[in-house]
Write a protein that binds this ligand. Structure first.
Ligand code: ZN
Length: 251
């Protein structure tokens, strides 16, 4: 089975479309949350996500935009985007986003795989460094956890006393590209497919992953998308302009 792993789409329809257009064939889709927030296409992205799959965990921006969470921890730009998104969403999409489940959840046919937004211990925690990853890696009772939230593609692994982080290394900056990671037995992994719609690892291309359950390979992907169209929508919506300009830098 080939599972498309999407995270942090952030209402960027152009980026989502580019991922779907460039992805090799897949059997199902899982979504690690932050479907909305920042970008200017919350209804289109929510509806597309609902059509694509049935397996979701909620992200902090999904909670903020739907009033499940206070905006106290959000910077002014993120809070402005959350309030705009709340006004923009249809009642049906707002209700659907509000009901998204808390992670971790396990894949129905693959109990050895779990999905979270932030970390297995706390859905809002950022796992950025190996130091952040060690506690969850040690405590994990499943070999493979997909997580999002940091918008940094790559991840961490632990095998016995050894642990390390990794980032896929790409050769181009503007082409569709993929890097494969062969999973090893007796090793625990925390893997971030990267952010579809707001990458923050210095690469502007939309990020996603494809997990081949049979071969036990995670393919990391980057897909160029129509950046200008996504930016123009953000300007037209009168969202904070930096939400548009920072897309070009992938920061
Ligand atoms: Zn996010």
């Amino acid at each position: 089975m080939r599972i498309l792993v999407l995270s942090d789409i952030h209402a960027n329809l152009e980026a989502l479309d580019a991922c779907l257009a460039s992805a090799p064939s897949f059997d199902s889709v899982v979504n690690l949350g932050d479907i909305v927030g920042y970008g200017a296409s919350p209804n289109e992205v929510t509806e597309r996500s609902r059509q694509l799959g049935k397996i979701f965990v909620r992200g902090n921006h999904d909670k903020a935009a739907t009033g499940v969470m206070e905006l106290d921890d959000f910077n002014p730009m993120a809070a402005a985007a959350a309030l705009w998104t709340r006004k923009e969403l249809t009642d049906e999409n707002l209700e659907w986003l509000r009901e998204l489940p808390h992670g971790p959840i396990s894949l129905p046919d693959f109990p050895q795989v779990q999905l979270v937004h932030g970390s297995p211990n706390d859905e809002d925690e950022y796992v950025v460094s190996l130091g952040d990853a060690l506690a969850p890696l040690i405590a994990l009772n499943v070999p493979l956890t997909f997580f999002g939230h940091t918008h940094l593609q790559g991840g961490f692994f632990a095998n016995g006393a050894a642990a390390d982080g990794f980032r896929p290394e790409y050769r181009t900056v503007g082409q569709p590209e993929s890097v494969a990671l062969q999973l090893k037995s007796s090793t625990r992994y925390l893997i971030n497919p990267g952010s579809v719609g707001q990458p923050r690892d210095g690469d502007w291309r939309a990020a996603y992953a494809l997990f081949d359950t049979h071969a036990q390979i995670v393919h990391f992907h980057r897909a160029p998308y129509n950046l200008k169209s996504a930016q123009d929508r953000i300007f037209a919506a009168k969202l904070p302009p930096r939400l548009a300009t920072r897309l070009a830098a992938g920061r």
